[in-house]
Design a binder for this molecule. Structure first.
Ligand code: FAD
Length: 399
């Protein structure tokens, strides 16, 4: 659908700025709870970090990236979000007849046991994870592609390696999901307008009275939500610096040999290595990700870094580097130091809210973030301290 021509009303109940997975999941949740939303975004639907993401929903292995201060609480929310994805998948299928590609066949971490000291740090991390999360090491085809080509499903697996398995985790198709959410939002009466950006928030007496758009029109909204991802800094309204910073990620997509079929493969389709991962996608492509480059907000591709990524991935999936590249791309994550997003009301402007800073986990956390924001916006529930703005400002007085 083309959202460029949508006529925007001069007034809105709830205006959401940003149509990444966070703004979209929120608009859909609010519509379903009886609210009326208008969503605007600077580019196409999902063309920020969300469309660039791998779509993994893997709470267990993400804990490896989270600091000890937030790990436990974030894991609980991420687990709840993974369950929420299953409900959301059904709802979206019911509303649109389309599939978001949710595949929960498991995620497996595969260290390269042939390597020396550097690699053993990853093995120790995984051993600690196994103990903390009660996970077990499983046998896995050492040369998965060759085994799949030779008919692994007919029990011809020969060479095995060990991997740490997280059952019930997996992935979605992120860009497709953004488009399906957009369709479901408009089906339920929400308005979406793409290719228009919010330049200025006009304020009076501690409130935002209207937002000024790039086509020189304004919308007055009762409540405004910034779901603006990595560029939130540009529109930040608090009296302390924005804690969200860009973290560039480069990734690439390869095509599997024609004799290989991921659709028939029943094993875990998310393979995690040391500083790389591979997602076996439903269309027989392999997504290899991703670099992590803090404070970079350009979308330039660096062939050297992509080659390094492929070399790391090749260690967990031999044969990979010989596969044909479909494309490579870069996206900008909304980085935040403690890896917990800001899901809170502004401390300065009473009708302004933030749903931003999801760093590596916006896809994973989208349904739960939408639920928390819905409670905050519609029921005036306080946010969890984990997601409070106040954690970044010692001067902030909690409401
Ligand atoms: C390579 C890569 C791989 C990743 N893999 C995963 C993964 O496997 N699992 C996972 O959970 N997460 C993953 N992530 C992270 C995830 O993509 C992000 O956390 C998530 O997409 C953030 O969503 P968002 O909606 O906040 O931001 P975005 O998707 O960036 O959306 C922001 C939106 O705001 C709009 N906008 C900004 N400013 C304005 C303005 N002034 N006016 C109007 N519109 C505006 C933009 O146009 C855009 O629509 C990955 C990220 C990258 C880069």
């Amino acid at each position: 659908m083309d959202y460029r021509q949508t006529n925007l009303p001069p007034k809105a109940d709830i205006l959401i700025i940003g149509a990444g997975i966070i703004g979209l999941a929120l608009a859909f949740a609010l519509q379903k709870r009886g609210a009326k939303t208008v969503l605007v975004c600077a580019g196409d639907i999902g063309d920020g970090a969300s469309g660039a993401s791998a779509g993994m929903v893997t709470p267990v292995f993400e804990t490896l990236h989270w600091p000890s201060t937030t790990k436990q609480n974030l894991k609980k929310i991420a687990d709840e979000s993974l369950i929420a994805w299953q409900g959301l998948e059904k709802k979206l299928h019911h509303e649109t007849g389309r599939s978001i590609g949710l595949d929960l066949s498991g995620a497996i971490a595969l260290p390269d046991f042939s390597e020396g000291a550097g690699q053993s740090a990853f093995v120790s991390q995984l051993n600690a994870l196994a103990k903390a999360q009660d996970l077990s090491w499983q046998e896995h085809p050492a040369d998965l592609l060759a085994n799949l080509a030779g008919g692994e499903t007919k029990n011809t697996v020969k060479n095995l390696t060990k991997g740490l398995l997280a059952k019930g985790e997996g992935q979605i198709a992120p860009r497709q999901t953004c488009n399906i959410l957009a369709e479901a939002i408009t089906n339920s009466g929400g308005l979406i307008r793409s290719h228009i950006s919010v330049a200025v928030l006009k304020k009076k007496s501690g409130r935002v009275i209207s937002v000024h758009l790039s086509d020189n029109r304004s919308i007055a909204a009762k409540k405004i939500i910034l779901a603006t991802g990595a560029t939130t800094k540009k529109i930040w309204q608090e009296n302390f610096p924005c804690p969200i910073y860009p973290v560039k990620g480069q990734a690439l997509l390869l095509t599997a040999p024609p004799e290989v079929s991921f659709a028939q493969y029943k094993g875990p389709k998310v393979l995690r290595g040391d500083k790389c991962y591979i997602c076996l996608k439903g269309d027989n492509s392999l997504l290899v990700g991703a670099t992590e480059e803090p404070d970079r907000d350009d979308l330039d591709l660096d062939e050297g870094q992509l080659k390094d990524l492929l070399l790391r991935a090749e260690k967990i999936l031999p044969g990979l580097s010989g596969l044909k590249r479909i494309r490579a791309w870069a996206g900008i994550r909304p980085g935040i130091e403690d890896h917990a997003p800001i899901l809170d009301q502004s401390g300065q402007l009473e009708n302004l809210y933030y749903a931003a800073g999801h760093y590596r986990n916006g896809v994973l956390l989208a349904p739960k973030s939408a639920e928390i924001m819905g409670d905050l916006i519609l029921e005036e529930k306080k946010t969890d301290p984990l997601f409070a703005l106040g954690r970044f400002s010692p001067r902030f007085s909690p409401r």
